[in-house]
Design a protein around this ligand. Structure first.
Ligand code: ADP
Ligand code: MG
Length: 705
């Protein structure tokens, strides 16, 4: 018996999505069949069906009040971009009709010059094209007084290079599909459907009352507090995690979920997070490309809906110092309709061999491309989590859980000889016992953990698009599967039987790459030392350390041979991400200087004047007031201004050998000076009367809901 849907779900679900059932109801049979084939199998779109689809799409959208349509795309920033056009067409006689031709649906031309391209185009050749991504359904975005038909698209340059995150994501899925299919066939699968990757992303965020946020220039412009003394009570009681959700917040969440359901986004889990004022929303997982578009929409909905409820939704990775930051755990797996989830240990020995091959491929990939994974999550804001002590460390390792770690350790030894399995041992993969799933077996300190039937990339930042990490995961897995496929093929060709060949190849994988498997405490000093010194893993604490790996030869080779990014496209990504890093730190450091000078200094000086005149007046009356407080405020104010001066001077430097040197300067010189200013400001906050302090405090922002 299927459980009954909660009341309203069937009315809400995908109400605003032009999905397959709606197409089927509105399209001629042949057209529907053709478009369905493209959506399901990824086959080429037949251009002759575009007009019919466009016309049906327009009629549906207009019946929902849409007068405009927008090609929505995902530039190399983590943002969503869109260009809106009206359906209106004015006729010779002055009348207006609505029009939406197939060619307009399929292709658009936004002015590309305002999007970062990392040197791919000069502004004189700024043409950029958007092209309909048939595999991600069109939908309606509603506002209070209207609606817009939104069409997910890719964004490419006039010369054909990918300027966005969707093109490489689609290419990475194709590359993974190709390599995975070959491996499955070698493993004896006769029927192999298109292999796709799946993604379920847990989104953490903070809510702050808008009245407070609007008085904090740092929250408005940088998304995080650049100053702020920790409150007496933070998260030390762990009383917020999974606590009762405050009613005002729950009302907000329900609005978000309703909007998500209308857009066909399967919101599934909501809860309080560890820090006060921090929450999480997670959808049910979907195919990576759709999940990625839906994740972008979720971030938009969170921000917009928060405003309506008098909140500001902060997606910054570390909006408050001293309490947990926010991540976006990217749960990722690969699978198809014939073999199912390929990272599911399953319960029959044959499936176990298949699982072990795919899991082994992931282990090899993380070891080979760890620095690339780190680069894929490198942003100025995420640096506050990674490399700090609270979030996953900046060292990429794989957590398998005790049971699996043991199995792979045995593979490394060349045979399965675990006495737990009572004698039927040493016979190859077939004898592996069914692996029971153990979702309780978790490691929160690992950046990349196996969680029962998928991997969870925990180090992704909360404001990031999931596309970048998914591109890297799919591509590096494609490379590993390709290698394993070739090795298996070789051994089988030499006459080895399948189980022995699998064991041989996996043993090789574990010997060369097993050092990336780590089940201990990823935050500990010992691991940091052991990882680097004994295991040779890279520890890349900042974006300035990580991004240059995008220019490394082995990374360029990976993207080139899998066809996911050309060297030019890869180079442009380095330039764009590096520029974003530098710009973020520039904005923040300017804000630090401005706020210190125009918010904090005047208040500190006023208070000092008040104090010193009181001290003088009192001493005239023969009363002595201790000067210590005045001296402390005076001392902190002058050290603050001395640090501001140092920071301003450091910011004036503009001649750098190259982008990498500029990033390094931001990480090693500018950032520490910003912290130096902050130290004095936060200390001043503890001295100056609360009523005079010009900024809403942590206490107010975190605890008043
Ligand atoms: P956690 O206990 O790790 O916080 P959640 O329930 O909050 O877990 O989120 C787990 C996420 O993993 C959900 O989005 C879920 O749909 C997703 N997930 C489950 N199975 C898969 C899979 N095979 N591929 C990708 N994501 C998956
Ligand atoms: Mg969760």
């Amino acid at each position: 018996m299927t459980p009954e849907a909660p009341e309203g779900l069937s009315d809400l679900w995908a109400e605003n999505v032009f999905n397959l059932p709606k197409m089927q109801a509105r399209l001629p049979k042949a057209v529907f069949k053709s478009i369905k084939k493209t959506i399901v199998t990824g086959d080429k779109l037949d251009p002759s069906v575009a007009d019919a689809v466009a016309s049906a799409m327009k009629d549906w959208a207009m019946s929902k009040g849409a007068l405009y349509y927008a090609h929505v795309f995902y530039p190399m920033t983590n943002q969503t971009a869109e260009k809106h056009d009206g359906f209106i067409s004015v006729q010779g006689d002055g009348s207006a009709i609505s029009e939406f031709a197939g060619k307009v649906l399929v292709q658009g031309e936004p002015d590309g010059s305002s999007f970062p391209n990392g040197g791919i185009r000069g502004t004189f050749e700024a043409r950029g094209y958007t092209a309909w991504d048939v595999t991600s359904p069109a939908y309606i975005m509603e506002t209070d007084n209207g609606a817009t038909l939104c069409i997910p698209t890719v964004f490419v340059s006039w010369t054909g290079e990918a300027l966005d995150k969707k093109v490489p994501l689609l290419r990475s899925i194709a590359a993974m599909d190709k390599a995975a299919s070959k491996v499955l066939q070698l493993l004896g699968c006769t029927e192999v459907a298109h292999v796709n990757s799946s993604c379920g992303s847990e989104q953490e965020y903070f809510l702050v009352d808008a009245n407070f946020a609007s008085q904090r220039p740092d929250l408005l412009l940088a998304g995080r507090t650049l100053f702020g003394k920790p409150p007496a009570k933070g998260q030390q009681f762990d009383d917020h995690y999974f606590g009762a959700i405050p009613e005002r917040v729950q009302v907000f969440m329900q609005d978000v979920e309703k909007a998500m359901y209308k857009l066909g986004i399967p919101a599934k889990t909501r809860h309080n997070e560890v820090a006060p004022g921090q929450f999480e929303i997670a959808p049910f997982f979907e195919a990576a490309n759709v999940a990625s578009d839906h994740q972008q929409l979720t971030m938009t909905l969170l921000r917009h809906t928060a405003k309506k409820h008098g909140f500001i939704c902060l997606l910054h990775e570390k909006p408050f110092a001293g309490i947990n930051g926010s991540g976006k755990h990217v749960n990722w797996s690969v699978g198809n309709s014939t073999q199912g989830n390929l990272l599911d240990p399953g319960d029959s020995p044959h499936e176990n061999a298949q699982f072990l091959v795919f899991c082994g491929a992931v282990i090899r990939a993380v070891h080979k491309y760890g620095p690339l994974m780190r680069a894929a999550i490198a942003t100025a804001s995420n640096d506050h989590r990674l490399g700090a002590n609270e979030a996953p460390p900046a060292i990429m390792s794989v957590y398998l859980g005790t049971q699996l770690e043991d199995v792979f350790e045995q593979i490394k030894q060349g045979s399965i000889t675990d006495s737990k399995h009572k004698g039927v041992l040493d016979l190859g993969i077939d004898v592996l016992p069914p692996l029971s799933k153990d979702p309780g077996d978790r490691n929160r300190t690992s950046p990349f953990a196996f969680t029962g039937n998928r991997f969870e990339f925990r180090a992704v930042g909360s404001s990031q698009s999931v596309s970048g990490p998914l591109i890297v995961l799919n591509t590096m897995l494609a490379d590993s599967l390709e290698w394993i496929g070739n090795r298996l093929e070789g051994e089988l060709g030499n006459g080895m039987d399948l189980n022995a060949a699998v064991l041989t190849v996996l043993k090789e994988v574990m010997e060369a790459h097993g050092s990336v498997v780590f089940g201990g405490d990823g935050y500990s000093e010992e691991w940091h030392k052991m990882a680097v010194e004994e295991r040779g893993l890279a520890n890349l604490p900042t974006t300035a350390d990580a991004l240059p790996y995008l220019k490394a030869e082995f990374v360029e080779d990976l993207f080139k041979k899998t066809g996911v990014l050309t060297p030019v496209e890869l180079e442009s990504r380095f330039e764009v991400y590096a520029e974003q890093y530098i710009l973020s730190i520039e904005v923040e450091s300017k804000l630090v200087v401005d706020m210190a000078k125009t918010y904090i200094y005047p208040i500190a000086v006023d208070y000092l004047a008040k104090l010193s005149s009181t001290i003088t007046a009192l001493s005239g009356m023969g009363v002595t007031l201790d000067k210590e407080s005045a001296e402390t405020v005076a001392g902190l104010t002058s050290s603050m201004m001395a640090s501001v001066k140092k920071l301003s001077e450091a910011m004036a430097k503009h001649d750098f050998a190259d982008t990498a040197a500029h990033m390094k300067y931001c990480a090693e010189t500018i950032r520490p000076l910003m912290d130096e200013v902050r130290e004095s400001v936060d200390a001043l906050e503890g001295e100056i009367p609360d009523a005079d302090w010009p900024l809403p405090t942590y206490q107010e922002m975190l605890f008043i809901k």
